[in-house]
Design a protein around this ligand. Sequence first.
Ligand code: PEP
Ligand code: MG
Length: 325
Amino acid sequence: RQAQYRLLRHKPAVTKDGVRVALNMNAGLLVDLPHLAEAGAEGIGLFRTELQFMVASTMPRMNAQTQLYASVLEATGDRPVTFRTLDIGGDKVLPYMRSQPEDNPALGWRAIRLGLDRPALLRMQLRALLRAAAGRELRVMLPMVTEVSEIRQARGLLDREITQLTRHGHAPPSKILLGSMIEVPALLFQLDALMAETDFVSVGSNDLLQYMTASDRGNTRVASRFDPISRHFLRALRSIVTAAERAGKPVTLCGEIAGRPLAALALVGIGFRSLSMSAASIGPVKATLLGLDIGKLRAVLDPLLASDSGEDGISAALLAFAERE
Ligand code: PEP
Ligand code: MG
C-alpha cells in the first residue's frame, strides 16, 4: 500500500471527471517538513505555530520564532505555507505562562481571544512572521475567530507591524494574505461579512464539529455524535463553500476529517477543491479521488442533503457508493 501511494507522489489529484483537488499537509515542527516531498503535498495548508511554544520550557523569543518560520519557508520553496497564529489557551496550556483554571477551557480564553486581549504576544509573532517572509508571500491565519470584528482588529495589528518593519529598513513580504479559520458556528451566520474581511478561509472541522454538535472532540463516549458525514454538518460546510465562491475567496478545510477518504469524498462532493491533512493521509485520499466521478457522487449525495427525512443515511450511502465505484 505505502509503495503504491509513493507512486502517486508526483501525480496531481484529479478526479475521473477532470476536477483538480489541491492536497496540502498540516505541520507544526521542523521534523514534519521532510514529509512534504515524501507525501507529495502541494504545500502546508496549516502550520500550527503553537507547537513550538508547547514543546519549549520557556517562551520562545522572537528570534527563535523568526528562525523557525524562515526554515519552514526555506524548506517549502515555492510551495504555499499558511501559518496559523498561536492557538494556545484552552487545552493547549503553556507551563511557563500563568493561566487561571477555567471550567470550560474549550469555550474559554484562547487563541485569537488571548491574542487580541494581550496583543504583545500576537504582535511579536506577527513581527517574526513578517521578518521570516521578507521578499516572499506570507499567509497568516487566525484561529477561533467568532466575530468578524476580530479579523479587523488583527489586521490593524498586522498593519502596524508592517509599518514598523519598513520604518526599520527591513524588506517586507512580497505579498501578505490574512485569512480566518472557520471553527466557531457563529461565523456560519456572518459568512458574507466574513468573506469581505478576509483574504481566504479555512474550515477547522475538528472544532467546528465539536461546537456544532456540543460533543467534545476527544471524548470517546460521544464519539458517535461527533460524525462529520452527517446532513447538518455537510450542509453547514456547503454553505461555507457557496459563500466563498460568491465572494471569490479561496476556501479550504484543514481538520482531521480531510484525511479520511470517505469524508474527503463527501467534502469534494459538496464543492471543496482544496484540503489540508496529515502527511500520511495524502496518499490514501489521493488514491480515492483518482477513482472518483464527482457527477456520479453528487447524484447520490445531493438528494440526501436536500432531504429532510428523519434518517440521515449519508455515511452508509457514501460507503456503498465507494465500494460500488
Ligand atoms: C480544527 O479545529 O479543525 C483545526 C484544524 O485546528 P486544531 O485541530 O489545531 O484545533
Ligand atoms: Mg481548531
